[in-house]
Design a protein around this ligand. Structure first.
Ligand SMILES: Cc1cc2nc3c(=O)[nH]c(=O)nc-3n(C[C@H](O)[C@H](O)[C@H](O)COP(=O)(O)O)c2cc1C
Length: 402
């Protein structure tokens, strides 16, 4: 289900450095089903081309209040009526000042006055500009007028300074927009997620591992927070940034991952095991690096703990979701694993091809539970994570209600 299906968003882009980030915002909002019509100010067009937004939104970009097409179609009234939301991202200090004073000397200003839809702005500017008394007074006035102010965030700015004024990340803005239209599915729910590979050391510099990038588990953690959950992520070694709002615990080996999971399992409602845990570990770890010498070498291996099976063996364990990375016999192998490990749900991962799976940014899943199943077709891992969590939330509530 697309949370923003049939929602009409007029996206105003104004003349700030962060304008390039709005391209990503359009993509995110469209992935959730929203229809987007973009208005660019003259300033915005100095930073990014209308063509980019036309291609990403699938609609003509509106720029000038006085061009022939716009006046014929009365763009400023039509767009104002069409909108369920007017979102301005980035919003410059100048735009805030104009809005606070009701100026209507361009298309975006006119629409802000002509619409009855909610107006949300994502300010983006240098920290001094944000903290200036005039800007703060304008922000106060806009709040009084019912304008929602999303952010700004804090951090390193394009000008090199550090402080408040950064535009929120596109994903964060998209999530807040979603929150304006739908109730978060996992509000008040606590989720524990594992992600990434594990490393099983043979000596101080060598280890056994696998090709898991951790991207799927990280996107699940990100999506869980976006859906209102509190998320704890036990992560093997990966090269990914911690998603905003996620409590991450970094581990290396399967044994460490097991211990971290057991330590953080209490009070969790849902456990999602997306990590590719090594099945085996070398038994004879050597404190010193192994020297090359003989023509062949044998490495003896011992079975690692089965974290998921240990979790489901605990009485009153959380709702447990496993992953099965399969190259063939997907349904049979996944269902067998679901039964063997007493899982509430299993997501079978199509691996083996280059387009989806471990390293890729896209994925597709076949999801099974007792008496049911669903296909999640190929999409970005973020989108797949949201679709999976929608199924998890639905099934979790059904099981809880039994
Ligand atoms: C390189 C450059 C970067 C700018 N970045 C910002 C910015 O991040 N935030 C801001 O409020 N203004 C910024 N400005 C100033 C705005 O572009 C200027 O105030 C403009 O009039 C805004 O008009 P608009 O909001 O109608 O697009 C920048 C200007 C330049 C030349």
């Amino acid at each position: 289900m697309n949370p923003l299906a049939n929602k009409h968003i007029v996206l105003g882009v104004t003349g700030g450095i962060a304008a390039y980030k709005s391209a990503e915002l359009v993509r995110r909002l469209r992935e959730w089903g929203a229809e987007i019509k973009v208005i660019m100010t003259d300033g915005a067009q100095q930073f990014i081309t209308p063509l980019t937004f036309q291609a990403l939104s699938g609609n003509t970009v509106h720029k000038n209040i006085f061009d022939d097409e716009a006046t014929m179609a009365m763009d400023h009234i039509e767009l104002a009526r069409w909108a369920d939301l007017v979102l301005i991202a980035p919003t410059t200090a100048d735009r805030m000042a104009r809005m606070a004073h009701g100026l209507a000397d361009d298309l975006l200003g006119t629409i802000c006055l002509a619409t009855t839809a909610t107006i949300a702005i994502a300010p983006a500017m240098n920290r001094q500009m944000w903290q200036a008394r005039a800007t703060q007074a304008n922000a106060g006035r806009l709040r009084e007028y019912g304008v929602l102010i999303l952010g700004p965030g804090e951090g390193v700015q394009a000008c090199g300074e550090i402080g408040p004024g950064r535009m929120l990340e596109p994903q964060d803005i998209a999530t807040r927009v979603r929150g304006l239209f739908v109730e978060p599915l996992l509000k008040g729910i606590s989720v524990l997620i594992t992600a990434g590979p594990t490393r099983e050391a043979a000596d101080p510099v060598r280890f056994l591992t696998n090709a898991s990038s951790g991207k799927m588990g990280y996107e699940i953690a990100r999506a869980a927070v976006e859906l209102g959950a509190s998320a704890t992520l036990v992560s093997g070694p990966v090269a990914l940034e911690n998603p905003v709002g996620v409590h991450r615990i970094a581990v290396t080996s399967a044994a460490e991952m097991r211990d971290a999971v057991m330590m953080h399992l209490a009070e969790k409602n849902i456990f999602i095991a997306a990590a590719a845990v090594s099945d085996y570990r070398p038994t004879d770890y050597t404190e010193k690096k192994r020297k090359k010498g003989t023509a062949s070498m044998e490495l003896s291996l011992a079975l690692n703990p089965d974290i998921l099976a240990e979790v489901t063996a605990i009485p009153n364990h959380p709702f447990a979701v496993g992953f099965a990375a399969e190259t063939h016999d997907l349904e049979r192998n996944a269902q067998e694993k679901r039964h063997r490990k007493s899982l509430d749900m299993i997501a079978a991962n199509h691996v083996g091809g280059p387009e989806i799976g471990f390293e890729s940014d896209e994925n597709a899943l076949s999801v099974y539970w007792e008496g049911g199943g669903a296909e999640i077709t190929k999409a970005s891992k973020w989108q797949v994570a949201h679709r999976l969590l929608a199924l998890v939330a639905q099934r979790y509530h059904e099981v809880e209600d039994l």
